[in-house]
Design a protein around this ligand. Sequence first.
Ligand code: ADP
Length: 421
Amino acid sequence: MRRTLVPATLALGLLIVAVAVPDARVLVGATGVLALVVALLTRGRRSRRSLLRAPQRARLAPLWPDASIKSVVEAMREPAFVIDRMLALRFGNGAASRAFGGSTLGDPFPMRFRAPDLLAALEAAVSDGEVQSVDYAERAPADRSWSVDILPIRGAGEGRASFFLVLFRDHTQARRLERMRTDFVANASHELRTPLASLTGFIETLKGPARDDAAARLRFLDIMGDQAARMSRLIDDLLSLSRIETKRRLRADERVDLAEVLASVVQQFTPASAEKGLPIELTGADAGPVFVNGDRDELTQVFANLLENACKYGDGGGRILVGLRRDGSVAEAFVQDFGQGIAPEHVPRLTERFYRVEEGSSRIRGTGLGLSIVRNVLIRHHTRLTVSSIPGQGSTFAVRFGIRASASSEKTKPKQRVELS
Ligand code: ADP
């Protein structure tokens, strides 16, 4: 203000002098014009400066979010942002930067979250002032899905909301489970439908063209028997899987003798494997009990499934080896066959539900659920299956457990005496 006033006053003074003293008019006139130009230039520069400052002030006002609201948003476990009516980012909490990386305050929010549905919901929240909910998904850097709520925030006495809370809830895990469940139902129905279709086909043939063909009838009935047995195996495996999933947690004091479990499973399979020319050798299980934390029935099922596979896929190997190794406080139980082996690309997928290696084993129609059951039981036992295999030479399936004291010896441990003063 003062800077404009000085040249303007000078110009006015010179004008008065020029009127009063005619001889000095040319000099005074030139000085006056100069002073007026200086005054105008100074004014122009100032107005440009205030123009630059105006949007800065607009960006700062109103002063929000204040510290207490920031702390509420910061305390939220879900990623949360505060944006203004122009959809510019005003605040993002720690969970938001952990989930989506850092963001610059003042940046347009839709620039970071580019999704037409989300943008439409943001605009609807601004124009209607109503809560909006929308789904948001990202493919990179990882597959993630979120449900997003946009909540208008009105200050006391404010007619329309100046700010909006954008709250993200992670649904990735729920979506994944949902997809797994639908895939599972689709796979299970497909697996059951195949033998069922075969049975229906044979029934039609027996009623029609093969009605009077006694030899064909017997052959077809055999195949039908196999298909029915396959359906029943599938149902048994599906029920086993669902039972394991709904079972209570394993109690920390449950004990099972691994050596005894292996011996009894070997005994159960000995007749069938001998018939196939695959005698079972048991090693390391006769050096006394090896107690681990576990459920007897479930671990029996684990080693029965492994041994059944060794019998199914160990053709030509001449024998099957079942063993127990002790290494300090760790016990490792294993089932080894010397059959066809498994190509390395299949090994990581063996425990997936319904996964079957269709090459060498395509003749043998398993359910593809046996190793999935093994995996689920072992997860409950806080351990896992390791597979090593050389195609053409055979496979070893091994499980490691921590050795525990037997339940009875734990009970007889001397009680600790605590002296209370
Ligand atoms: P299945 O009922 O088909 O045997 P599993 O889940 O037990 O189902 O096994 C999955 C697949 O892993 C089998 O289809 C087979 O291809 C392969 N597999 C399992 N055990 C062996 C083994 N000992 N040797 C070779 N392949 C095996």
